[in-house]
Design a binder for this molecule. Structure first.
Ligand SMILES: Nc1ncnc2c1ncn2[C@@H]1O[C@H](COP(=O)(O)OP(=O)(O)OP(=O)(O)O)[C@@H](O)[C@H]1O
Ligand SMILES: [Mg+2]
Length: 256
């Protein structure tokens, strides 16, 4: 087992009082597995993903629970260790890469920054590695793309470049939050197939956060269904799809 969440609880504290956002979420991710975290808007998917990286900021606070990654208790790690882990062993890709990238630096510079932080490669090795990473994400003409600025790329290419950047720190776990929601259907399928390829070639585990049960059905090994901050159903994808137990899962399936 690579990652284990046990009874994760997140609350929001405000002047109007406090409220539970995520209540008692438990699941685990095995090595080389894609886990689909699926649910409607506001069900707590992104909050759960951010909690794993300890990226929640007030008013959102983790009030209970334990997260074990590679036998380390993440909530017990010091700030330095946590920084090493983020963008290193655990990386994240988002829905809109335009916001994830800095507009004034080239793609190559921004991948290089991750390589500087998370590897001990020399300058020339990093240059070579950057092109390898762009090639790994099936970007045509890596040299040209590495010299481009984020806004010069199409949405699909930008998504691939963000994946290349995420891979620069040699992650074991990738948390992908709605990675294909802004892309049209054919590009969406290509990006999802790329995730599957990377899973196999790099022995990666991936948490695929999505509201689209169709994506989960086609591309994930296991599934966790969330509704209003809690898990209503989880299991192997084909078992859950063939025999959904919870009415909410059936509702999501009818929408397919
Ligand atoms: N900073 C915040 N302050 C107050 N409430 C918040 C804050 N951030 C998130 N929430 C609430 O927490 C709940 C879960 O939000 P979250 O973003 O995790 O949902 P989600 O499942 O990722 O939804 P979506 O599919 O729309 O991305 C929502 O009801 C949201 O309104
Ligand atoms: Mg979200």
């Amino acid at each position: 087992m690579l990652l284990n969440l046990e009874n994760l609880c997140v609350r929001v504290f405000s002047e109007q009082g406090e409220k539970s956002i995520v209540h008692g979420v438990s699941f685990s991710v095995d090595e080389q597995q894609i886990l689909g975290l699926v649910g409607g808007s506001g069900s707590g998917k992104s909050t759960t993903g951010l909690a794993i990286l300890r990226l929640l900021i007030p008013p959102l606070v983790v009030t209970e629970g334990k997260i074990i990654f590679q036998n380390q208790d993440l909530f017990a790690l010091g700030q330095d260790d946590m920084r090493r882990l983020r963008g290193g062993a655990i990386a994240m890709v988002f829905q809109e890469p335009l916001y994830a990238f800095n507009p004034v630096f080239t793609i190559g510079d921004q991948i290089d920054e991750v390589l500087v932080c998370h590897t001990s490669l020399s300058r020339s090795q990093r240059k070579k590695r950057c092109l390898e990473l762009l090639d790994l994400t099936e970007i045509p003409d890596p040299v040209r793309i590495s010299r481009s600025y984020p806004h010069q790329l199409s949405g699909g290419l930008r998504q691939r470049a963000m994946m290349a950047q995420a891979l620069a720190g040699n992650p074991r776990l990738l948390i992908a939050d709605e990675p294909t929601s802004n892309l049209d259907v054919t590009i969406q399928a290509k990006i999802m197939n790329l995730f599957v390829k990377l899973k196999k070639e790099l022995a990666l585990s991936i948490i695929l956060i999505t509201h689209d049960l169709g994506l989960v059905q086609h591309f994930s090994d296991s599934v966790v269904v969330m509704k209003e901050g809690a898990i209503v159903e989880q299991g192997k994808t084909n078992e859950v799809i063939q025999n959904p137990r919870h009415p909410y899962t059936r509702e999501l399936m009818r929408a397919l």
